[in-house]
Each structure stands twice: as C-alpha cells, then as structure tokens.
Design a protein around this ligand. Structure first.
Ligand SMILES: Cc1ncc(COP(=O)(O)O)c(C=O)c1O
Length: 301
C-alpha cells in the first residue's frame, strides 16, 4: 500500500507552510471584522492550494489500484492539469491531458510546462469537452479509451473531499465563517462536509451563470439541503478568466496592505467580493472570517 506521507515528502508538500495570517485592510477596522487568510498557496510552489488537497486521496486511490497512467481534462491555462503533470513527472507516472479547443500556434507557459513534464496532450473540440464533463467515475469512457485512471475536470472526484477536509482540521483559530473561490464547487463541498453546522462556508463563483454549482455541490455531498454553506454569484467580473480594471486595481490595493500574492481568476475575485460584502454590512460586527487562499498563482504568468 503506498504511503501518502512518503508521497507528500517526495513531492515536497509542506502543510506547515500553509499558515493563517491576519489581513490588513481599512474596511475591516471600520466594520469590526477580523479577517485572516489560510495560505494554502504556500503548500508547494507548483502543486499549490486546493490542487494538492483535491489530488491527494485521488492519487492514493489510483496508486493503490496499481494505475500508472492518470488522465484528466482542462483549459489551456488549467491549474489542475499543471499540478497533475508535475505530480506525474515527479512520481514517474504517465499523464494525459485533454485540452479544450484548438491547439494554439504557440504554447503558453502552462502548456509548455505540461509538455516539459511529459504530459501527453490531446486537443478536443468544445463539444467533446462538454461531453467529457459528464464522466465522473475513474473507470468511465475516457479511462477505457486512453487506458488509464480518469480524474474529472478540476479534480472533482469523491476522494477530493477527504483531502479538502484536512484544511479545516489544520485551522486552530476560532472562526465564524470560511470563504473561498468556486469553480466546480468540489473544494467547497469538502469544507462543508468537515464543518459543524454552527459554522459556515461561503463560496464565490468565479464563473458567470454558475447555477449548476449548487446542484453539483449537493450531489457531491449526497444532500438536498444547504445547512452550512452558500454560494455568491455576484463577483464573477464577466465570467471565467474575465477581469476588469476595477478588479486589477483592487488586487494592487490589497497588496499594498498585505504581502500576499493574488491572481485575478479566483482568489482576487473572492477577496474583492468578501471585502465588498463586509463594506455593505453583510457580516455581523465582531465576526472572525478565514479566507482560504486556493493558490493558482501560475495563472498570473
Ligand atoms: C486557484 C483555484 N482556486 C479555486 C478553484 C476552484 O476550486 P473548485 O473547482 O474545487 O471549486 C480552482 C479550480 O480548481 C483553482 O484553480
């Protein structure tokens, strides 16, 4: 049986580095809110944030079953494929990435890294990509087609919840609310599962029209209700991977108060939304909020 602690050490994952830091911002003092950030971006320079949390037990499952070929899907800037390719490279596993859209004439830095780390890349049409999203089981159609172990988009598998739950276990500070950015909602589901109903987790959708999110989260949690979680859909800034001048200047302003790197796709949007909600008195005075930094800084390139 592979030992997950040995694998973490081989990859250089450092959970002790993912500290909780206080956030400085004029809005916080004015509105009486204590905001901290859990620096999961510091887990590892490449497999950072929720990428490792989601992959950890999925990888263990694959290795336990004796699989040496991991297959997944993502966009041309995918943080998930970036982390997966690196894991494959370090652990000597074959990896295949099914990428949305046409092959670009010139590789961006994410694609160049995937190739450098030996991932086989296959570009699929948008229609085919949508079709691939339906496959959630490790032995689904793409596993058979490419002869390996299938990991759904964004690492959204059931084993991912167990890895994400470890974020909650590491938090020693008392808090009222956790916040994080959502794509597939898997990270939020893992947090919600680990939280008692006296605390809550608030997700910020990075996608426009992310109405599927609540449905997908309920499916992952096998529940109909939302006892300790909710998703805000107001801060997507035009949709996935879209940014605005307002968002970019917010990130610069945030970084003038805090030495915390942010990217505009997920964490920048989440913190903008959170501080805007605080400014608009959407949280009770005196609350302690911990925002989870989900990494993804490679996207900044
Ligand atoms: C940096 C970053 N933050 C947040 C998310 C959203 O995570 P999830 O898909 O689990 O909702 C992603 C995508 O996986 C991501 O790359």
């Amino acid at each position: 049986m592979p030992d997950i602690l040995e694998i973490e050490s081989e990859l250089g994952i450092d959970t002790k580095a993912a500290i909780i830091e206080p956030v400085q911002h004029p809005v916080l003092a004015y509105n009486g809110i204590h905001l901290h950030i859990k620096r999961d971006d510091l887990l590892h320079p490449i497999i950072s944030g929720n990428k490792w949390r989601k992959l950890k037990y999925t990888l263990l499952h694959a290795l336990t079953k004796g699989h040496g070929h991991l297959i997944s899907m993502g966009g041309a800037y995918s943080n998930h494929l970036h982390a997966l390719a690196y894991v494959g490279h370090k652990l000597n596993l074959k990896t295949t990435g099914l990428i949305r859209g046409e092959q670009p004439v010139e590789d961006n830095q994410t694609l160049a890294d995937l190739k450098k780390w030996g991932m086989n890349l296959e570009f699929v049409t948008r229609g085919e990509f949508r079709e691939l999203r339906k496959y959630r089981n490790h032995d689904a159609k793409p596993a058979i087609k490419y002869d390996g172990f299938w990991i759904p988009e964004g690492g959204a598998s059931h084993e991912a919840l167990r890895g994400v739950a470890e974020i909650v276990k590491e938090i020693e500070l008392d808090f009222d609310t956790l916040t994080l950015a959502c794509g597939t909602g898997t990270t939020l589901a893992g947090i919600a599962k680990a939280l008692p109903n006296s605390k809550r987790v608030l997700g910020f959708s990075a996608l426009k029209g992310g109405g599927f999110l609540e449905k997908d989260i309920k499916k992952l949690l096998h529940t109909k209700g939302m006892p300790n979680w909710s998703v805000n859909f107001d801060y997507h800034f035009g949709g996935f991977a879209k940014t605005t001048e307002e968002l970019i200047s917010f990130i610069k302003e945030f970084q003038s108060h805090n030495n915390i790197p942010l990217e505009p796709l997920y964490n920048g949007k989440m913190l903008f939304g959170l501080l805007d909600m605080i400014k608009n008195d959407r949280f009770k005075k005196g609350q302690t909020i911990i925002a989870i930094h989900t990494g993804g800084l490679q996207g900044n390139r």
